[in-house]
Design a protein around this ligand. Structure first.
Ligand code: SAH
Ligand code: SF4
Ligand code: F3S
Length: 468
């Protein structure tokens, strides 16, 4: 038998999955039932995809995956982009502790971006002693191995890596939806926007090999119709590969995959969005009519302090070019209000951009100070001043989005049905190519299908419609 230290990483992890299966089976015998596990995800699509990888391994080693956190094994995949994400984790850990007191078999694991912060680890070691396993974003590929340590050791297991250049392919993954899936095309970020903690917790930018990406998508399309290519800055994909390739070239290769119907991607940094990409999107039949183009601020002064590396004018020019080339493209954005030094006049500039670009949707965030980022050392804006500015931005976004989204009223469009409507089970909910949500009468048999829907009534960010 090959020594486990000599195996390649993927094989090593399969070896540990075998081993973990034995531990889970033994636990099952003790419990007299199959052990249950619940994975709770905070944060962005990257984390959602990472959780699918965790679930893939957990299912393979024999856990029953449930939604209820009163389980034999609970994993929190955390986010630290804004402080409220952290606070939610601490709050819910208290509840988990209550469950654990009643279930002595229960194990609790924490992973994800928050765990890459040394202050967080200290706090958990000191105040949340009931946590059993902590790992980070860089070593998630060795989850099976960590699971074995959890079964084989007493006390808290902690394994955090500062960074990595490793990309481990071909581990199991369990998709949440059969008809759509996120695909990592790159990891990490090199941009260091001055407010943002992501480069510190996700490490340097690394692109996956195009062949691995294509192979993964080909494996998915047997029963799937939509994929979303994921990266913090997809427009700089491929630059550091041995054989460099642009994001636009990758998209063209993905487009050729038979059976695939819709291609989405997240996120585009305005500074790196090329004419080549606009050209490819314009002629593509599969790339969705949706571009998420984070603005952050409309004030060049603030953009400079944020280290975004574009001006208000450059952003507006880019948006105009996109509107001209691809008129039916929905543009959505992220905006931060309350960045250090931001005045009412700066917010006026942001509002000006919102009015001119007319976003179909915008996520508006109150600036959150992240320890270790350059902006944390700048003079902060008092909280009470931020609220008023935030409300002004939100109101403008709502007005322009309503106007923008309503331009399709009365038209018939392709909708990919995603689920039964949460509030009314006689309705289903789906997405247009431009990402707008549509609710219409239908049943579970439609989920995962592309159907034609008449857009009858616009309600701000979504439509009510009927199938034609
Ligand atoms: N890589 C993506 C963004 C990832 S984070 C990009 O550059 O577009 C998602 C969003 O969270 C950002 O676009 C930003 O608007 C917001 N965000 C990041 N750090 C923040 C902070 N410290 N406070 C408030 N919002 C923040
Ligand atoms: Fe954060 Fe900027 Fe990187 Fe986006 S591009 S993840 S906002 S540092
Ligand atoms: Fe949060 Fe990490 Fe994503 S900090 S937004 S989960 S990359």
């Amino acid at each position: 038998m090959t020594n486990v230290t000599q195996m390649n990483e993927t094989d090593r992890q399969y070896y540990f999955m075998e081993k973990a299966s034995g531990h889970v089976a033994k636990l099952g015998e003790e419990l007299g039932r199959r052990p249950t596990c619940c994975v709770t995800t905070f944060g962005c699509q990257m984390n959602a995809r990472d959780s699918e990888k965790l679930v893939g391994i957990l299912e393979k080693v024999g856990y029953e995956i449930i939604e209820d956190e009163n389980a034999d094994f609970v994993i929190y995949n955390t986010c630290t982009v804004r402080d409220n994400a952290n606070q939610r984790v601490y709050g819910r850990l208290g509840v988990l502790n209550g469950y654990k007191r009643k279930n002595p078999h229960m194990k609790i694991a924490l992973c994800g971006c928050m765990m890459q912060e040394p202050t967080v680890i200290e706090k958990i070691k000191n105040s949340y002693r009931f946590v059993d396993l902590i790992f980070g974003t860089h070593n998630i590929f060795k989850f099976a191995e960590l699971l074995c340590s959890l079964f084989e050791n007493e006390g808290m297991v902690i394994d955090i890596w500062k960074d990595t250049d490793k990309i481990v392919e071909d581990l199991p993954v369990e998709r949440k939806y059969s008809f759509k899936s996120g695909i990592n095309i790159m990891f990490g970020c090199n941009n260091f926007c001055s407010y943002c903690i992501v480069p510190y917790v996700r490490g340097r930018e690394r692109s996956r090999n195009p062949k691995d990406i294509i192979r993964e998508i080909e494996g998915l399309v047997a029963d799937g119709v939509e994929i979303m290519l994921l990266g913090q800055n997809v427009n700089s994909y491929g630059k550091n590969l041995e054989e460099p390739i642009t994001f636009a070239q990758l998209l063209q290769e993905v487009e050729r995959i038979e059976g695939l119907e819709r291609i989405r991607f997240m996120t585009s940094h305005p500074k790196d969005l090329s004419d080549e990409l606009i050209e490819v999107m314009k002629h593509s039949k599969k790339i969705c009519r949706h571009l998420h183009l984070p603005l952050q601020s409309g004030s060049t002064k603030i953009l400079t302090a944020m280290n975004r590396r574009y001006t208000k004018e450059q952003y507006l020019e880019l948006a105009e070019k996109i509107r001209k080339e691809i008129p039916d493209m929905a543009i959505t954005t992220d905006i931060i209000v309350g960045f250090p030094g931001e005045t009412k006049e700066d917010v006026d500039e942001t509002i000006d951009v919102i009015r001119r670009v007319k976003y179909d949707n915008a996520f508006t965030f109150i600036y959150s100070k992240r320890t270790g980022t350059p902006a944390a050392a700048m003079e902060q804006v008092p909280e009470e001043l931020v609220k008023e500015q935030f409300d002004r931005v939100l109101k403008t976004v709502q007005e322009t989005a309503r106007e923008q989204v309503s331009r399709y009223q009365g038209q018939i469009c392709d909708v990919l049905v995603e689920e039964i409507n949460e509030n009314d089970s006689s309705l289903v909910t789906g997405r247009m190519s431009n990402n707008t949500l549509v609710h219409f009468p239908g049943d579970a048999s439609l989920v995962g299908k592309l159907v034609n829907v008449s857009l009858d009534e616009c309600h701000g960010f979504y439509y009510m419609g009927h199938m034609v």
